[in-house]
Design a protein around this ligand. Structure first.
Ligand code: NOJ
Length: 776
């Protein structure tokens, strides 16, 4: 066993102590995978804690930012002093840079406690996969899991031990730019993805060299920021919190996520980072979570701005007491904690509890056995970040093409044939930067395939491609976005010149493929919007292209639902591609030319207008539901817009057509504690092999609290050859009928339930059954 992590203490000659610790290390049986009998681990951690000074303990609770540049001597000395427990890294860092920190911690530190390295590996590391919303659109847990596994393999090979992911904030507000990172509006779908991503990031065992720890974020309900304005207040009823917002975090934790990140926001008045109810009552007591709680970036400091702490001491105390154990890039833990302990304002047991947790995390990551397990040793070298060798292109293309959602295909314009002349137009048409999306980690635009490149490779010499920019991505050069993101290209020519050039190109073509949407920075942290239309220049471009009379395919690249009512009328075909990653261009070409039959389904509702937000499928009936067949003024509706979405949750077309038979129930009376089956026959009625997702929804007709009109409870993605049918069976057990009552008890109440199955959340086959009595 290597136990180089421990050095003889510098200021004390404690050969007996060192000998004792070495024996303890042996007793702890620290294995190559980091696993060990729990007694052994606990003895080891207790012995280590015993030796730590107060400043060293405080140091363990600090995660500091490490810029991608070589570490400064000051930064290295700080680590060597034991004043930092973990570092979070910028994209593009190298293993050598990280190794220098680990050398400082292990070789120069008094106790040689390793640091761990964390980063934002949100949808891929070197190989960039589609953004969260895109991955969720695949409704394919295996594909999503493969993306997470590859991200872990690549990130760990670059030295990372932890990722700030999965981001499982349920969001029903597309004004919020961070909706792009999450997996949509539905608690069930987001929860299933949360657990799969967690399992695949962490691998078979956390201590494995190719595993990274998941840090699920942002606890809790960050996706409910008022008005969709980032960092804004969240007010969510406790009932809705339990019913909708908490389940995804809980699912990730039950899948074993080793860490949780607190949200930057207040929840019902109390900042998450100092929210004892969230961090102790729910997380520790109700959920029995035993992992690490990390604050979001500077969240401890921000307690002062939130107005719940008077200053640094107050903030540090409130965060630690509430259950925040490690602070990310804040100065108050460093400045105030030691003093608070010395003054007796904070009991040392609280500090020890948090330090123990940080050390346990390092232990579980296998770092006490080998602090270099993910960094490699100097002689192992590392691939430079621009080296294409480690990329997982085939898997990225597969996940990306499964994430594309066909929203419209009038007169079966798609798939296109690989002949004639195709005009490829738009600010996102030949753009390898934005296709990577926000949080692109170590992904390199130079390695990404733009739509134009993908189409070019697909057609070879069989068809001619023409290209024009057509419009800038943003209307104004001094747009906030352009100031914030230096990678945005801006053509200085007047908009009319760009437009005229594009129209002239389009007129020479047989078909137009126009790629419009957002720059990656528009759907990102801090990037909230009140207007979800395409920017004016892009809209005018689409309108002008429509006027050419040529067949028009709109390829959307964006990180949130956009209000595209008119655009969806102007275009003959619309393909939602989100930000599809390194292989995006090839994946989109696969779909446009029919080499892959699209199978994606929306994980989020597309509203018609911003005024409808929040608009989600799992709504309550209200006392006065609006019936379009019998319109009435005093019914719940808008005067100026339909209640219906532009595209509903779960929606997405295929190049083939699927039919569903009426439902068959194995029983119409379900007994508590038993299960029943509901089945339906799915048939591919078309000429192409294709995949679709069969979705199961339930409704509790009468309950002690008003229940949603439908809630997703299961789904199956099914591949069928032309003419093939398959019986699809879902089990329904009483646990699927449970909900939180007014007293926040999870209950199942007897009565009538509707069961609905369909290929989207609106077009559903329906049957009913009774639940007899209350489950034991
Ligand atoms: C702040 C973001 O809210 C969080 O999601 C991210 O992980 C950290 N910054 C670190 O980059």
């Amino acid at each position: 066993m290597e136990c180089g992590a421990f050095k003889q203490p510098a200021r004390r000659s404690t050969s007996l102590l060192t000998l004792g610790l070495t024996l303890l290390l042996h007793a702890a049986n620290v294995s190559a995978t980091g696993g060990s009998p729990s007694m052994g681990k606990e003895q080891f951690l207790a012995a280590l804690l015993e030796q730590m000074s107060l400043p060293e303990k405080v140091g363990q609770l600090r995660m500091k930012h490490s810029p991608g540049t070589p570490p400064s001597q000051y930064a290295l000395d700080t680590v060597a002093k034991g004043a930092v427990g973990a570092l979070f890294t910028e994209p593009g860092f190298t293993r050598e840079q990280l190794r220098a920190y680990q050398d400082a911690a292990v070789q120069r530190g008094r106790l040689g406690i390793p640091v761990f390295f964390a980063g934002d590996v949100v949808h891929g590391h070197r190989t960039v996969f589609p953004i969260g919303l895109g991955q969720a659109s695949s409704w394919d847990l295996q594909a999503i899991g493969s993306a997470a596994r590859i991200a872990a393999i690549e990130a760990s090979a670059d030295g990372l031990d932890m990722t700030f992911a999965p981001m499982v904030d349920l969001s029903r507000d597309p004004r919020w730019g961070r909706m792009s990172e999450g997996f949509g509006e539905d608690p069930y779908l987001v929860s299933r993805i949360a657990e799969r991503v967690t399992q695949q990031l962490q691998g078979a065992t956390l201590g494995a060299a190719d595993s990274i720890m998941a840090c699920v974020k942002h606890f809790a309900a960050y996706g409910a920021v008022e008005g969709g304005r980032d960092y804004n207040t969240t007010n969510v009823s406790t009932h809705q919190l339990f019913q909708d917002y908490l389940p995804p975090y809980q699912a990730a934790l039950e899948a074993g996520a080793g860490a949780v990140m607190t949200a930057l926001t207040t929840l019902n008045g109390v900042p998450a980072t100092a929210n004892r109810w969230l961090l102790r009552d729910i997380l520790r007591q109700q959920w029995r979570y035993r992992g690490l709680v990390i604050s979001d970036h500077s969240a401890v400091q921000e307690l002062v701005a939130h107005g719940t702490a008077a200053g640094g001491e107050d903030a540090a105390q409130a965060a630690l007491v509430a259950g925040t154990q490690m602070s990310m890039n804040d100065r108050y833990f460093e400045q105030a904690l030691a003093q608070l302990i010395e003054q007796g304002a904070v009991p040392v047991s609280l500090l020890d509890e948090a330090v123990h947790q940080v050390l346990a995390t390092k232990y579980d990551l296998g770092l006490f056995h080998d602090p270099y397990r993910r960094l490699g040793h100097a002689q192992h070298g590392a691939q430079p970040s621009h080296d294409p060798k480690p990329l997982h292109r085939a898997q990225a293309r597969e996940v990306a093409r499964r994430s594309l959602v066909l929203l419209k295909n009038q007169n079966a314009l798609l798939p296109l044939v690989k002949r004639g002349t195709v005009a490829v137009i738009g600010p996102l048409a030949d753009n390898p930067v934005d296709i990577l999306g926000s949080w692109h980690a170590s992904g390199q635009p130079g390695q990404a395939i733009s739509l134009y490149q993908g189409l070019k490779t697909a057609v070879g010499d069989d068809a001619k491609l023409l290209y024009a920019l057509g419009a800038n991505i943003s209307d104004k050069r001094d747009d906030f976005l352009l100031l914030a993101d230096k990678t945005v290209n801006f053509d200085p020519r007047p908009p009319q010149a760009l437009l005229a050039e594009a129209v002239a190109i389009a007129q020479q073509a047989d078909v137009i493929v126009v790629a419009l949407g957002e720059a990656r920075g528009m759907s990102h942290e801090g990037a909230s919007k009140t207007d979800l239309n395409l920017p004016t220049q892009q809209r005018e471009l689409l309108q002008a292209l429509k006027r050419t009379g040529k067949p028009l395919v709109l390829v959307l690249m964006n990180g949130r639902p956009l209000t595209i009512v008119e655009e969806s009328q102007w275009a003959d075909a619309v393909l939602e591609t989100w930000f599809s990653g390194t292989e995006g261009g090839n994946a989109i070409a696969d779909v446009l030319f029919g080499d892959y039959n699209p199978s994606g389904k929306l994980p989020v509702t597309f509203p018609r207008s911003v005024g409808q937000i929040p608009l989600y499928y799992a709504q309550l009936n209200t006392g006065r539901p609006f019936d379009p067949q019998q319109p009435s003024a005093y019914r719940s509706h808008y005067f100026d817009t339909d209640n219906t979405p532009l595209y509903p949750f779960g929606y997405g077309l295929s190049y083939t057509h699927f039919s569903l038979s009426p439902l068959t129930l194995s029983t119409h009376r379900l007994r508590p504690g038993h299960a029943m089956q509901v089945s339906v026959t799915l048939k591919n009625e078309g000429q192409r092999t294709g995949e679709t997702t069969v979705q199961l929804y339930l409704r509790d007709r009468v309950a002690s609290v008003s229940r949603p009109l439908k809630e997703l409870k299961g789904f199956q993605k099914v591949l069928l050859a032309p003419g093939e049918s398959r019986q699809i069976v879902f089990d329904i057990d009483t646990s699927m009928l449970a909900f939180y009552n007014q007293h926040l008890q999870r209950v199942t109440e007897p009565g009538t339930f509707d069961v609905m199955i369909g290929l989207d959340s609106q077009d559903l086959q329906k049957a009913s059954f009774e639940l007899d009595g209350t489950p034991p």
